[in-house]
Write a protein that binds this ligand. Structure first.
Ligand code: BGC
Length: 352
């Protein structure tokens, strides 16, 4: 108890001095003191994309190392299912809820339901808007967008000049808007001067590969190969875009961005059909996320290094850094970090 008070005091002092913020603890804090196995509820939007399977595995591993049990639910991109997943987890009396929302606005309801049951909520990777969220763990998502756009600007056949197609993510995902915001910050001056022209742009519903492919198919129908680059917001949408390029014989001839450093994307980078991806160290995110979840579940004070406004409150946030990956630094980044094995990345690549 004394230790807890001390930590609170230390963090209060820190918050005055450095702007550090404190997240609210869970109801487990008020328990009788008898030992119980902590239970974390993890509600995922989907497990259909490779990155979320990695997040789940790393999160569960760290939570179990800390002696907690994790109940995992995945909603297959359906808001109604995700709300009922959250209900199930609340009924199971989890000590803390960790949510990757499919729809960051609709999930405010889930936060209200959890709070009514005294359960704190962490938004994992994607923020939940307009609600009194307890904690947010993610990456600097605006910076992700800036890095994608900067890559395009620097690597166009004539740097800073060219014609581009833009594929945004899912409109229901706040991150998709943050990636676009970062991209816009970099591109706007070039677009204003008329140096860069966005010839086609659209949102890929639910981040789906096939929707991204349709966007590029439509752009090609209109402009044939009269463009230089595709600013795709993640590796899934990049995959759809590249499929459309392959069908027309343009693959490897246009710049294509991505994000997530998924194995298939790293293989495409090795083969030369995708130009870059953004590596977001999921181990750091999942490990920290699990540690913070356990701390909140125990009612321990959690110190975050910044806040992110979600439309209602300034949410204590822990945001991690990201890295641009190209064929030049793939060895020193994803491979050196053990995210993928060298032989897997270069499987089928002609140059290795
Ligand atoms: C994540 C990306 C992911 C996308 C689609 C975003 O919220 O930040 O890493 O590619 O969702 O799942």
């Amino acid at each position: 108890m004394k230790l807890r008070v001390l930590l609170v005091l230390v963090s209060c002092v820190l918050s005055v001095v450095t702007g550090l913020v404190l997240a609210r603890g869970g109801s487990a804090a008020t328990a009788t003191g008898e030992k119980k196995v902590l239970t974390i509820g993890l509600s995922l939007d989907t497990l259909k994309e490779a990155r979320w399977q990695t997040d789940r595995d790393l999160f569960v591993k760290r939570a179990e190392e800390l002696g907690a049990k994790v109940l995992v639910q995945s909603a297959n991109g359906d808001d109604a299912i995700q709300i009922s997943d959250v209900e199930k987890l609340i009924t199971n009396k989890v000590d803390v809820l960790v949510i990757v929302p499919h729809d960051g606005t609709a999930m405010a309801k889930g936060v209200r339901m959890a709070h009514a049951a005294g359960i704190p909520v962490i938004a994992y990777d994607r923020i939940i808007r307009d609600t009194e969220l307890d904690l947010y763990v993610s990456f600097d998502n605006v910076r992700v967008g800036r890095m994608q756009a900067q890559y395009i600007v620097d690597n166009l056949p004539t740097p800073g000049k060219g014609r581009i197609i833009r594929i945004y993510g899912s409109k229901t995902d706040n991150n998709a808007k943050l990636f676009k915001e970062g991209q816009d910050q970099v591109l706007e001056p070039y677009i204003k001067r008329g140096d860069i022209e966005v010839i086609f742009e659209d949102w890929a519903e639910d981040w789906k590969q096939e929707n991204a492919k349709k966007i590029v198919n439509a752009a090609i129908t209109k402009f044939q190969d009269n463009f230089d680059a595709i600013l795709a917001s993640n590796d899934g949408t990049a995959g759809g875009a590249i499929q459309a390029l392959i069908e027309e014989g343009y693959a490897g001839k246009k710049l294509v961005t991505g994000q997530d450093a998924e194995l298939v994307a790293c293989q495409r980078i090795a083969q030369g059909t995708q130009s870059m991806t953004i590596y977001k160290p999921l181990k750091t995110l999942a490990t920290k996320g699990a540690e913070l979840a356990v701390a909140l579940a125990k009612g321990k004070p959690v110190v975050a290094n910044q806040t992110v406004n979600n439309g209602k409150v300034d949410v204590p946030a822990a945001l991690n850094d990201v890295v641009t990956v190209t064929s030049k630094n793939i060895e020193q980044t994803v491979i050196a970090d053990g995210f993928h094995k060298r032989e897997d990345v270069f499987r089928g690549a002609a140059n290795k």
